[in-house]
Design a protein around this ligand. Sequence first.
Ligand code: C2E
Ligand code: MG
Ligand code: MG
Length: 735
Amino acid sequence: MLDDIRDEMNTGVGVSSLFNRPRVLVVDDEPLILEGLTRLMAARNYEAITANGGREALIAIGKQQFDIVLLDLNMPDLGGAEVLRFMMDREVDTPVIVVSGDSTIDGAIRALRGGATDFIRKPYEPEELLRRIDNTLAKRRLEKENNLILQRLQQSEKWHRFLVNSSPDLIYTLDEEGRFTFINDRVESLLGYPKDELIGQHFTYLIYEEDIARAEHIFNERRSSERCARNIELRLKCNPGQRRPRVMNGRYKTVEVSATGMYESTENRFEKRFMGSYGVVKDVSDRKQAEETVHYQTYHDLLTGLPNRALLRDHLGLSLAQAKRTKQPMAVMILDLDHFKIINDSLGHGCGDEMLINVATRLRQCLREGDTLARLGGDEFAVLLPGLFSRKDVEQIGRKIIHSLSKPMQIKGHDVYVSVSIGATVAPEDGDMVDTLIRHSEIAMYQAKAQGRSRLQFWQPGMQAPYSERIQMEADLRRALARNEFMLFYQPLVDIATGAVKGFEALLRWWHPEKGLLSPAEFIPIAEETGVIVPIGEWVLREASAQLADWRKARLPDVRMSVNISARQLENPDFVESVMRSVQIHALDCNCVELEITESLLMRDLESNAIKLGRLAASGVMLAIDDFGTGYSSFKYLSKFPIHTLKIDQSFVKDLRHNGNASIVNAIVGMGRGLNLNVVAEGVETPDQLDVLRGLHCGEMQGYLFSPPISAHDATRLLQRNIHMSQAGLMAQAS
Ligand code: C2E
Ligand code: MG
Ligand code: MG
């Protein structure tokens, strides 16, 4: 398109000599006449080219352009009429003055009909001939100038039309009534309307129904003043008959409109008449869509597409206001899946996600149109039930939900069973504030779990106290990692025969922001139950490995590091990789890390544990049985595991006295020696106990007698002193 226009602009105009020295073709069969005319032309400073007869004339005309031709009619070879016809056929538009001896009026008429511009009879007055030539040339020049202007105008028009039609924006003009008088091609690709269908239509034809009032206001306001409207956001309808790709939602496009009024002067100097408007419409639906996506993500859970906590709070606020107005009760339910963590950990997160989506679908099916279902995070959902009659309605919906979820779910080939515990509040009885209702429902939900799960529990006034502390603890635990509130203490494992420190057990501590230093017994059970123990356990492994690596770098004596492992951690499918990562990241040898696992935990899932621990042992990681003697382990099962160390539970060590009952410890140490295991006595507090253990040839000891768990700093100092605590030293310390 552009090339076409450019070509046209470069051709056709003003190549002739018209504006310089006119070039005249003189045609006659009389040499004398030719000579005379040539002289005459030269006197006028015209360039004369002669043709002796019609044939020569044709050749000359074919070869070059002339500004005028002086043509004789009667020529023996080819007459002037033929020359005229030839020129007419070829569309040569050079003016021709016939100079002829034919004195009849017929001759003149014929010549003029044949295309001549003028006729002059021989013999002519030179002055008269020159005047005619000058007139013809002047007329010709004017014509050419006109043509040139017209052509330029047409080209400019074409350029503008091209620019307007290839604009990425929609460009329009409206008449004073608001009807389209022009609209560019863009409308067809943007909205799917043919241009012609819109010309003459009122602009509201294109405006999305809900925006019509606003659009009319904008256009009217601008009409009454000379202000122009800029970047007004409106929605334009898409042609319903056209299926366009990428139309935002098929029905409308969001655009920014600008409109400027056109005014015309009137006789009254101070008055102007409104004649219509013009403007540009910019498609902003992509930007709008991006904004909507962000908005959607702020208020929705991306996995299930359900409203999130923020949107739930919003809806709850509105429903509460409505409940107050209509005096009809409403209910809030908090639902938490039972043992979801186990499913997630054992089947993997992909299955867990699929299950959550399934649960969301089932829950939705149990609810009415106006109810809100939200996902609060993890396996926690919330339901808002406006417009109820009594608690019975809530109970009925609760039953429906529990029943619907009790049916097995097919997830990646597994039949998975899930149950849900529901806590419910009814407003305004149980609270009339958003936060209170959510908190009370959560408390009731924990109560439902405590009562055996898979049930609905309404909140009751006394319920708050016993459960809120635990809920708080759970919430605090979830945040503790990110807030760096955990730290490790290290308790030395000492060689009984030499007194040398052989290793340390890493023991977890929590610096609670309000409660101060907490020992594992106070939070590990909750961390286990909620599953937070998995990331915490990974942190312990990393931290302990980092500490060991520091000692190695400082060239302190080689020691091993014992780390306690919880049930949830071991069940995690990623367990082996997680241990290996923690160890390898610090380029440590695997055989300087020992995992402490209790007997009962080992026995819980024999086969799977044997595989995992076997893999770890193959890379050198050592395994200790913690609190040995308290479980029901059979030696047959224990032999399945690659064990290095037995840690005798402190309850047996406590009873050790000279001449006292040492038979259990004796048996364990004997068995350990028989199996070539390292035996550690835990909780050694007195020199007596140490004496007995030494007598029994127990390998190592751990306890307050030598050292309580100490900070990393103190443990480092202990290693630096490079203690080889002699027997004498030990005895001296004890006395
Ligand atoms: P555990 O593995 O049997 O650790 C030994 C516990 O006995 C420690 O308690 C230690 O402080 C305490 N202890 C050491 N010497 C003596 C003594 O002479 N007398 C007495 N009465 N007690 C002694 P702590 O640190 O409170 O840890 C308690 C339990 O918490 C540990 O028992 C372990 O099962 C668990 N735990 C500690 N840290 C972690 C951890 O990082 N992850 C996991 N999963 N559990 C941990
Ligand atoms: Mg331990
Ligand atoms: Mg222990």
